[in-house]
Design a protein around this ligand. Structure first.
Ligand code: COA
Length: 323
């Protein structure tokens, strides 16, 4: 059977790191409040010349290098973002041009913080059905550009960055021990728009808008939805939580990570946490955290890795991968 195998990962961050203390100089907040409520200590903020496509391109180059393949071999780029360089064309096409891999398929996916899971599921389906052979799946954001820096309840939570995976369609033996993406489950419930949204857009206000959120309600939905979709993916593959080597969650808030892990009896040491240093980078957070755990030697060949995310829409999803 054909499976999508992860052959490389990469990530990129803006040059400027901003600590909670630095933020507290201009926003009515404190390091203590942010750490206690979210676990965030630091975030990276894009500066002049740094955009979603430049961060995405940098992450993609590192991933291609890790996979040992040339950009010209890539015939599919799926890029998840809520902060594209332009309303159109897709940021994926800018990345395609910057990498020099014209001719294949390139498009963006919008599912906010679960965008990377949606991009992964889409690319996986396209590889398995033969529409492409080698894909770059990227999550990239410059959320700092859509934050209301006067709204302390949201602006302290987010950061900028990008992460990328190379997926290659490979013929593998059937069964869960073989490499590749074993199962991806995606969901959406459009009834909750008003809990997490941007108050603008090309077709409504003609502006980009700023992030608005009712944090407490989002928190409650996140824990329930994530636990449900993790169970769904485990049920689909016949694994139990005890079989998972690493969980790479969307890095929204340390308390959401803890509560979700507890609901599934997952030991906290199996959960990859980067929210302390990156904050919430929306669609970039899962591939960024994944790349960190590959590079520090935690995620190894043969490991069973669960990715999961929840975001505006609401949208949510999870994917189980044999490395
Ligand atoms: N610094 C200091 N105080 C702050 C603050 C900040 N940055 N932001 C909010 N506060 C204050 C509020 O004004 C409020 O004060 P009040 O009680 O005097 O009115 C108090 O802190 C509590 O606010 P509340 O929003 O109820 O706090 P909370 O315990 O729910 O924590 C979040 C807020 C945002 C950290 C929390 O709700 C959360 O993490 N939600 C999930 C958000 C998320 O992850 N979204 C992305 C999903 S993709």
């Amino acid at each position: 059977m054909i499976r999508s195998v992860v052959t490389g990962s990469g990530s990129a961050l803006p040059k400027r790191a901003v600590s909670n203390a630095e933020l507290a100089e201009t926003v009515d907040t404190s390091d203590e409040w942010i750490v206690e409520r979210t676990g965030i200590r630091n975030r990276y903020i894009a500066g002049e010349g740094e955009t979603t496509s430049t961060l995405a391109t940098d992450a993609a180059r590192v991933a291609l290098d890790a996979a040992g393949i040339d950009a010209s071999e890539i015939d599919l780029i799926v890029l998840a973002t809520a902060t594209p360089d332009q309303t159109f064309p897709a940021t994926a096409t800018r990345v395609q041009d910057a990498l020099g891999c014209q001719g294949g398929i390139a498009f963006d996916v919008g599912a906010v913080c679960s965008g990377f899971l949606y991009a992964l599921g889409t690319a996986d389906a396209m590889l398995r059905t033969g529409m492409a052979k080698k894909a770059l799946v990227i999550g990239a954001e410059t959320f700092s550009r859509i934050l209301d820096w006067e709204d302390r309840a949201t602006c302290v939570l987010f950061g900028d960055g990008a992460g990328a995976l190379v997926l290659e369609a490979r013929e593998v033996a059937d069964g869960p021990q073989a490499q590749g993406i074993l199962s991806t489950k995606l969901h959406a419930d459009g009834a909750h728009n008003e809990l997490l949204y941007v108050d603008g857009g090309p077709s409504t206000t003609g502006t980009v808008g700023k992030v608005r959120m009712r944090g407490r309600e989002v928190f409650r939905h996140a824990v329930v939805n994530l636990a449900d979709v993790l169970r769904e993916v485990l049920g689909d593959t016949g694994y139990t939580a005890a079989d998972i080597d690493w969980v790479v969650p969307h890095q929204a808030n340390a308390r959401i990570l803890d509560a979700t892990a507890r609901k599934l009896s997952l030991p906290p040491e199996k959960v990859v946490v980067t929210v302390d240093r990156h904050a919430n980078t929306s669609a970039a957070s899962v591939p960024l955290a994944f790349d960190v755990a590959v590079r520090d030697g935690r995620i190894k060949p043969g490991d069973l890795v669960m990715l999961e995310a929840m975001g505006g829409g609401f949208t949510w999803g999870a994917s189980l991968i044999r490395m």
